[in-house]
Ligand binder design. Structure first.
Ligand code: NAP
Length: 337
C-alpha cells in the first residue's frame, strides 16, 4: 500500500533501536523488519522487546540468517555499535537491499575522519545501489550544527573552540564504565589505551565543522586525560563512593589544523555530574565578529534517538552516497506528525 510515511527497518534492537521502534509506532510509520544478532530478542515480537506493551506483528530476526532480498522499505536504521568496521555487515546487507542507511554509531557522523578506506567503500556501495548513507544522533544539532551556525556570521575566521560536558551516567552504566569512572588514575591510563580508538572519534566534531565551513583538514592531535574531583563523589550507578582523586570520567582534547591556516580545538568531558550541572556544548569563534553559542541538553537518551529519527526523511531525500548531516540543512522536527 502506498504511504507518505517512511517505511523503516531497525537493525540492532537495543536501547536506541527500541526508542526508534516506539517513535515509529507512535507516528504510524511502518516498521517493515527488525534484526538483531542471535540471543533472547530474536523470535520475539518487537512490540514486546521495545516496551510498546503489545505485539505489533514484527518478529525480531537473526541478522545473520535472515533474508534481505524482498525488503520493501525506505531506510534501514542501524543502532548497533559505534564502529564502521563492526557495522559493515549491516551496512552491506541494507545498502545492497536498496535501502538508505541511517546509522547511530558515532563514526558514521563523519566516516572519512575515522576510516578513509571504509568510508570510500561505503560511499561506493551506496552510490552503486543509488541510496544514501548517513549518521546522526545528538551531536547533529548540539555539536555540529551549533558550530556551523556560530561561524555563520563571520567575514574573517581564525579559530574555533569547542568545549562540552556530558553526563556519563545518563545513558547507563556501560558508558559510565567506558569513560573510566571508578578507576584509579593508574588504572585509567592502562585501560584507556584500549578505548582510545573510539574516544578519538570526538576529534571528528571540529573536523566535521571545519569541513562544512569549506576548510581542508591537514592534521589532528588527540590526547585523553582522566577527570578527577577533589572531593569524594557518590556514583549511583556504581552504588559506591568514588574517592577524591580517582577517576570520574574522561577528558578528550583535540586540535585540528587546516590548509588555510584556520584551526579548531575541542575539550570534551564525559564525566559524572555534580548536583545542578546541566549538559552543555559551547562554541566560541575567534574571528570577525567574535561569536559564541551554548547549547544545553536534557533527556539525552530521548534527544539522541529523536535526532536519528528526525533525519529519516532527509536521508531519503539526499543524493546517493555518503551524506553528512552538515549537508542536509538543520534538522526539522516531527512533532506535527
Ligand atoms: N550518535 C550518537 O550521538 C550516539 C549517542 C548515544 C549512543 N550512540 C551509540 O548507539 C549505539 C547503540 O547504542 P545502544 O545503547 O542502543 O546499545 P545497545 O542497547 O547495546 O544495543 C545494541 C543492539 O545491537 C545489537 N548488536 C550488537 N552487536 C551486533 C552485531 N554485531 N550484529 C547484530 N546486532 C548487534 C545488540 O544485541 P544484544 O545486546 O541482544 O546482543 C543490541 O540489541 C552504540 O554504538 C552507542 O554508542 C550514539
Amino acid at each position: 500500500m502506498a504511504t507518505d510515511k517512511p517505511r523503516i527497518v531497525i537493525y540492532g534492537t537495543g536501547q536506541f533501536g527500541c526508542h526508534i521502534a516506539r517513535f515509529a509506532h507512535q507516528k504510524g510509520w511502518p516498521i517493515v523488519a527488525a534484526y538483531n544478532r542471535a540471543g533472547p530478542k530474536v523470535g520475539q515480537d518487537l512490540g514486546q522487546v521495545a516496551g510498546i506493551g503489545k505485539d505489533i506483528g514484527v518478529i525480531v530476526q537473526d541478522c545473520d540468517t535472515a533474508s534481505y532480498e524482498k525488503l520493501q522499505a525506505d531506510v534501514g536504521i542501524v543502532t548497533m555499535t559505534d564502529r564502521l568496521s563492526l557495522n559493515m555487515p549491516a551496512y552491506k546487507r541494507l545498502l545492497n537491499a536498496g535501502l538508505n542507511v541511517l546509522c547511530h554509531g558515532v563514526e558514521a557522523y563523519y566516516p572519512w575522519g575515522c576510516d578513509k578506506a571504509l568510508a570510500d567503500e561505503i560511499d561506493a556501495l551506496a552510490k552503486k545501489n543509488k541510496v544514501t548513507f548517513s549518521g546522526s544522533g545528538i551531536w547533529d544539532p548540539s555539536r555540529i550544527w551549533s558550530g556551523i551556525l556560530a561561524a555563520g556570521p563571520c567575514t574573517d575566521l581564525r579559530a574555533l573552540h569547542h568545549t562540552s560536558i556530558t553526563d556519563n551516567q545518563r545513558t547507563g552504566k556501560a558508558l559510565m564504565l567506558f569513560t573510566g569512572a571508578g578507576l584509579t588514575v593508574e588504572q585509567f591510563k592502562e585501560k584507556q589505551a584500549g578505548a582510545y580508538g573510539i574516544v578519538r572519534t570526538y576529534k571528528t566534531i571540529p573536523e566535521h565543522v571545519l569541513h562544512a565551513l569549506g576548510y581542508t583538514v591537514t592534521a589532528d592531535r588527540v590526547r585523553i586525560e582522566p577527570v578527577v574531583f577533589d572531593e569524594p563523589y557518590y556514583a549511583k550507578l556504581l552504588e559506591r563512593e568514588i574517592p577524591a582523586g580517582d577517576c570520574v570520567g574522561t577528558r578528550i582534547i583535540a586540535e585540528i589544523d587546516t590548509k588555510e591556516g584556520v584551526t579548531a580545538d575541542a575539550t570534551i568531558e564525559l564525566r559524572c555530574f555534580k548536583e545542578g550541572e546541566v549538559e552543555n556544548m559551547f562554541w566560541a569563534v575567534d574571528g570577525m565578529p567574535h561569536t559564541r553559542i551554548r547549547v544545553e541538553r536534557e533527556d539525552s537518551a530521548h534527544f539522541t534517538a529523536a535526532c536519528l529519527f528526525n533525519r529519516v526523511r532527509d536521508a531519503m531525500a539526499a543524493p546517493p552516497g555518503i551524506v553528512l548531516v552538515s549537508q542536509m540543512g538543520p534538522m526539522k522536527h516531527t512533532a506535527l506528525g
